[in-house]
Design a protein around this ligand. Structure first.
Ligand SMILES: *Cc1c(COP(=O)(O)O)cnc(C)c1O
Length: 406
């Protein structure tokens, strides 16, 4: 049997929506993007939402807007995809990595120890779709000593007058935190609609705004929209109308907009996200839980507690007391059986560009421990019980073969 890791969910409704964009005479940013933004707002409860060409762009745009620049520090977990750190580096600032907890998410205690007067932003990552402890992070940054040490050096920083919480929710669209869908747990929440994510537009991202007063989240949306389209006062759609040719460039903006032909994919998917896509992911996730809970070597991923549920983006299975080499051998064996698995993530300090910048993996023992024993299993709606069974049997056989080899 051949089982891919994460094929996109493309059905007739997706095809119809994309065809509709193609045949409409308008394929780049226009009505479908607007409609997707409105759907994301409705779904997440965020005050406003801008859709852009990737989550990486989204993070960069937010950091730029908050005036984060050279000399500033942004706290991120060591256990994430490189984009979280690269976005920080692209605005010239320094990523400060901290270790994670057993649930893979950033340690609030470690955040506290890493805060300096240069800290402008914290970017928690909801690993695998499991929400970070946002209440604890909010409490921390509002502690008197931390708040008083905040040095505001831009207009927006003066207005907020504290560290900004920017959620990297690339994995967690549809996850619940404190009885609410994610999108309003941080000041600003960024989702990814990349091809392998739960909800996709092939490439894309969304920025959900939930800033406190005196910020006006709708006004901020307009600013971001302008900045994502070269700072041009009229988008191509308005300019395409008769007599609408004249525009101005009022800000040296970026080119980060999403085309309608891609928004169409997400639009079709979001309409059946809760009623179908999320339900089916949960089915696969619980299938794995049922079987692996019977194995004494298995550490099951966190996925629900009072007020919180995962978005079931990944199934990060961990195997007790194994070495990195054993894990790699297990994956080799699984691959021979035709099952595609992955490892999420190689902690950033293990990667070339971060080693080069003197990040040292020994300072992130939890991240390394999670990584060395982790295997991400396929999770997607198209997997049937037969395939799930095959995956489970394959994993159990591979683990037992390698463990008993010791
Ligand atoms: C996928 C991912 C991103 C980047 O998303 P893009 O839309 O591809 O830019 C950022 N952070 C995490 C944790 C991711 O998994």
């Amino acid at each position: 049997m051949n089982i891919p890791f994460s094929p996109p969910y493309i059905d007739e409704s997706v095809e119809a929506e994309v065809l509709d964009a193609l045949r409409s005479g308008w394929i780049t940013t226009g009505p479908k993007v607007k409609a997707l933004e409105q759907e994301v707002c409705k779904y997440t409860g965020a005050e406003s939402c801008l859709v852009v060409n990737s989550a990486t762009s989204a993070l960069m745009l937010v950091l730029h807007w908050y005036g984060v620049k050279k000399g500033d520090e942004v706290i991120i977990p060591a256990y994430t995809y490189c984009a979280t750190a690269l976005a920080v580096m692209h605005v010239g600032a320094t990523p400060v990595m901290v270790d994670v907890e057993d649930d893979f998410n950033i340690s609030v205690e470690k955040i506290k120890a890493a805060i300096t007067p240069k800290t402008k932003v914290i970017i928690p990552v909801d690993f695998a779709g499991w929400s970070c402890n946002y209440a604890a992070i909010h409490n921390l940054i509002n502690e008197a000593t931390i708040k008083n040490n905040f040095v505001a050096t831009s207009e927006q920083q003066k207005k907020l007058n504290r560290i900004l919480i920017l959620s990297d929710a690339a994995h967690s669209f549809g996850a619940t935190y404190n009885y609410k869908k994610l999108g309003t747990a941080a000041d600003i929440t960024v989702f990814s609609f990349h091809a392998v994510k739960n909800l996709t537009t092939a490439e894309g991202g969304a920025i959900c705004f939930h800033l406190p007063l005196p910020f006006d989240n709708n006004e901020i949306y307009s600013t971001f929209r302008l900045w994502s389209l070269n700072g041009q006062t009229k988008d191509a759609f308005s300019k395409s109308k008769a007599g609408g040719w004249k525009y101005d460039i009022v800000y040296p903006g970026f080119k980060m907009n999403m085309p309608d032909v891609l928004a169409a994919i997400g639009l079709a998917q979001i309409r059946k996200y809760d009623s179908f896509l999320l339900v089916e992911r949960k089915r696969v996730f619980e299938f794995y839980n049922n079987h692996f809970s019977k194995q004494d070597w298995a550490i099951l991923p966190p996925y629900q507690k009072e007020g919180c549920t995962s978005s079931f983006h990944l199934y990060p299975l961990r195997i007790k007391n194994i070495s990195e080499e054993q894990r790699d051998k297990i994956i080799e064996q699984i691959a021979l059986a035709g099952v595609a698995v992955n490892v999420h993530f190689q902690p950033l300090p293990l990667l070339h560009i971060f080693k080069e910048r003197n990040f040292d993996i020994t300072l992130y023992p939890k991240a390394y421990n999670n990584y060395k024993s982790e295997i991400s299993l396929p999770v997607y709606p198209q997997l049937n019980n037969n395939q799930c069974n095959y995956i489970v049997t394959t994993i159990i056989d591979a683990v037992n073969a390698i463990i008993s080899n010791e």
